[in-house]
Design a protein around this ligand. Structure first.
Ligand code: GPU
Length: 808
């Protein structure tokens, strides 16, 4: 349809006159943006229609990737890049006196996730489109009216502001009211006989409509590589509830029903890795699960007429336990609505589900109080009880007398429903997200399950979209790479390995340095314009961006900077460094918010002290999100990945930095270990405790943080500086200090302080030798290919989703 500038201009003007109500000359940027999105969407829709036909003709498997979060980032420029149309569009619009870059600013980023888990889901959508020959993967999620808050920094502290991302309508999503599903909450379950079969009738329930809004996603330069993300919003059922009360004059009741329903898709829970335990969250989880499973059944029956071979053609993947209620929900539909026996339904269910665990942090493992659960989802609760009863009976007979095994793996215990146990028992596959994490799952939290069903357990190390985070986000580097090794790496990231042949090519290495410098200038400009802080692009950019969390140890970094400040004041010299932080703290996580204030207080001291200014500066970036990440990752020299060993299941930021040539300063945790293995000691700064040591020291009585404090004067000094007036603020940092000392430093900040500081100094010295530094940078880029989400998705297909060979 669009091959060149002229055909684009024609199509654009045509679309404009159809969808806008102003002449082009009188229109504003939003209308121009809207028309462009409409055109791109229309094109994508026609590609999609073709893809559906192929999907059915080839009888390809359908994978439903269920996730409470999708952090998809901005779409317009990314889609145009994937279509190979960016230059044509830019130039065509310029002919029409329209500035493409200004239109890009009109787009709102959909803030539908907290951090790693949500962004991973988005990278997987990208790669599922790309790898569609192995099976079609689709995302299913919730269209929260308010996603994650916008972060403002006021007087050094985080302030949360609602982000009304839907205020202008979100043009990329298309409502599909014809595909809506009714979800039923509360009420009671009555049994009756149907012949000699007991049937379960759910009555007096509150119905909620799940209305889908679809967003199409493209793979690279091939219009058959396309899939969608289906986001549900909750709407009241007019006929039943609302209208009835309305007619009877019970306006208040009708309004209350409406409000209760709409609350379901009103807001994303901002607590990252912390289960809220609230009824509304469970409602959201069931809402997503019932809508997705209901949709898959309806679609399957529409295409194939019956549920025959359902387990061969369909796979459900649950992104952590949040959508785990989809397991009993599928059982409910197969039994109550399709009339199957328990055994038939279970055979299907346990074959279609697979589960990824993303954390071992106890506070993130979902356990629902039975009372709350049963009142909200009475029929689902019955099914979970029956799954548990049959499971315990089966295990009891296979391992007679092993009470411990039953206790360690039961779904319902102590008045709570353990969603991880439900997920393991109801799935054919369980995987962790890095080698060490998967190992810990087998040895630790799922150790008992591993003994019974070792074949269920897998590792699939996370990956990131190198198309978004390198090709799209870092044009200078992407162009340089393509000039050197051709463009195939965009489809096949391991091609990057070929860059090693250029390590002695002076011209190439100079260009590599220039590309980095350009990206650093871009970030410096952003920081100056937004936050008024001037930073020097030739200083070492040391970057720590991710959610604020105790285990991610932003505090360790802050203490290191304070220590460095002290040393510089006493005459130490270093390679000039700019420390850059970014990330949001959950609104209720006070300790994490204290750390944000601490970083900003340190920044105040450092940035206003002329004596140290030639050496260090500190910046806390406001409102870190996907779009800002696209500016930040390309500009990094050093990537701070310093979680307490064993706590960061994988980490994915580390991979985005690696693709952009940063060198990792990393603890022995998550994917750090695999990056270290890929590049070797010379090109990675590894430090600190091992996971085994952390677990060992976590046993009561084996670690005393006071010992570290009193035996390391440098450390004692910075810890005291938290509260002795050094920070020149009235803000009280005693809580942070207490955490390190009186609460025994549960994240081993003090224990790792010296090894971390030493490793940092090594990197900083290395930076003095730019030739050596660039070699390491190149090495990281060249070895990053295995961390592409394309590789991860291929592994999911091979190991998990394509379980019984081809369909038919
Ligand atoms: N993760 Br559980 C989240 O971002 N949110 C969550 O609720 C849970 C896990 C992260 C892990 O912390 C991180 O290590 C991992 O890389 C990421 O999920 C994707 O697997």
């Amino acid at each position: 349809m669009i091959q060149d500038k002229e055909s684009f201009k024609k199509a654009y003007l045509d679309t404009f006159s159809r969808v806008e109500s102003n002449p082009l000359e009188l229109s504003n940027n939003w209308e121009k943006y809207h028309a462009l999105v409409s055109l791109v969407k229309e094109m994508m829709n026609s590609y999609w229609v073709n893809a559906v036909k192929t999907n059915i003709e080839k009888d390809q498997r359908r994978i439903y990737y269920l996730s409470m979060e999708f952090l998809i980032g901005k779409m317009l420029a990314y889609n145009l890049m994937n279509l190979g149309l960016e230059n044509i569009v830019r130039e065509g619009l310029a002919d029409l006196n329209i500035n493409y870059d200004e239109l890009l600013l009109q787009e709102e980023e959909a803030p539908l996730g907290n951090g790693g888990l949500g962004r991973l889901a988005a990278c997987y959508l990208d790669s599922m489109a790309q790898e569609k020959d192995a099976g079609y993967g689709f995302g299913f999620g919730i269209r929260y009216k308010y996603g994650l808050f916008t972060q403002k920094i006021v007087d050094g502290c985080q302030v949360e502001v609602p982000d009304p991302w839907l205020k202008d309508g979100y043009v990329w999503a298309t409502p599909k009211p014809d595909r809506m599903i009714t979800v039923k909450f509360k009420g009671n379950v009555r049994t009756a006989m149907d012949g000699n079969r007991i049937i379960f009738i759910h009555e007096n329930y509150e119905p909620v409509l799940a209305v889908p809004h679809d967003i199409l996603f493209l793979g690279y330069m091939d219009t058959s590589k396309i899939n969608y993300l289906r986001l549900y919003s909750a709407e009241p059922v007019m006929q039943d509830f609302d209208l009835l009360s309305f007619n009877q004059g019970e306006f208040a009741k009708a309004a209350a029903y409406r409000a209760e329903v709409e609350a379901i898709s009103n807001i994303l829970y901002p607590e990252d890795q912390n289960q809220a335990g609230r009824e509304l969250r469970l409602k959201q989880e069931y809402f997503l699960s019932a809508a997705s499973v209901g949709d898959s059944i309806a679609y399957y029956k529409m295409i194939y007429g019956s549920l025959d071979k359902f387990a061969k053609r369909v796979a459900f993947h649950i992104n952590d336990t949040h959508p785990a209620v989809s397991i009993p929900e599928l059982m409910r539909i197969l039994i109550d609505e399709e009339g199957m026996s328990w055994e038939e339904a279970w055979e299907i269910t346990v074959n279609v589900f697979s589960y990824t665990n993303h954390t071992i942090l106890p506070e993130a493992l979902e356990c629902w109080p039975v009372d709350l659960f049963r009142a909200l989802l009475p029929r689902i609760y019955m099914i979970i009880e029956e799954i548990d009863r049959r499971y315990l009976q089966d295990i009891g007979s296979r391992y007679p007398g092993d009470e411990e095994l039953l206790r360690k793996t039961a779904i319902i215990a102590d008045g709570r429903i353990n969603m991880a146990h439900l997920s393991v028992i109801g799935s054919r596959s369980v995987n962790g997200v890095s080698r060490i994490h998967s190992q810990i799952l087998k040895e630790n939290i799922f150790g008992a399950f591993y003994k019974i069903t070792p074949e269920k357990f897998h590792n699939i190390t996370n990956g990131v979209s190198h198309r978004r985070f390198l090709h799209y986000a870092n044009q200078p580097l992407s162009d340089l790479i393509s000039q050197a090794i051709g463009v195939e790496w965009i489809n096949q990231a391991t091609e990057l390995d070929k860059l090693l042949a250029f390590s002695n090519d002076r011209g190439f290495m100079e260009q590599l340095a220039k590309a980095k410098y350009k990206n650093k200038e871009r970030l410096a400009k952003y920081i100056f314009e937004r936050q008024g802080v001037a930073i020097d692009p030739s200083s070492m950019f040391d970057i720590h961006v991710k959610r604020l969390h105790g285990y991610k140890r932003q505090l360790l970094n802050a203490l290191k900077i304070m220590d460095l400040y002290n040393a510089i004041k006493e005459g130490k010299t270093i390679q000039p460094t700019t420390f850059i932080f970014g990330g949001k703290a959950a609104s209720s996580y006070q300790r994490a918010k204290d750390v944000i204030k601490l970083i900003n207080s340190v920044a105040q001291i450092v940035n206003n002290d002329k004596q140290v200014n030639d050496y260090i500066r500190v910046v806390f970036l406001e409102n870190f999100n996907v779009s800002l990440g696209e500016i930040v990752y390309p500009a990094a020299d050093v990537s701070e990945q310093i979680s307490t060993a064993s706590k960061e299941a994988s980490g994915t930021g580390c991979m985005k930095f690696m693709f952009n040539g940063a060198i990792t300063l990393g603890s022995r945790d998550g994917a750090n270990l695999e990056i270290h293995e890929a590049v070797g000691d010379e090109h990675f700064a590894l430090f600190g405790l091992t996971a085994a040591q952390v677990m060992e020291l976590s046993v009561a009585g084996r670690y005393n943080s006071w010992d570290e404090y009193s035996s390391t004067p440098r450390l004692k000094r910075v810890i005291d500086q938290l509260v002795d007036g050094f920070l020149q603020t009235t803000y009280d940092f005693h809580s942070i200090r207490n955490g390190l000392l009186w609460e025994n430093d549960c994240f081993f900040v003090l224990k790792d302080f010296m090894p971390y500081t030493v490793a940092w100094e090594g990197l900083n010295q290395k930076y003095a030798d730019q030739d050596q530094w660039l070699q390491s940078s190149l090495y990281n880029i060249a070895k990053a290919g295995i961390f592409s989400s394309d590789r991860a998705i291929k592994e999911y297909h091979q190991l998990i989703w394509n379980r019984k060979g081809p369909v038919v």
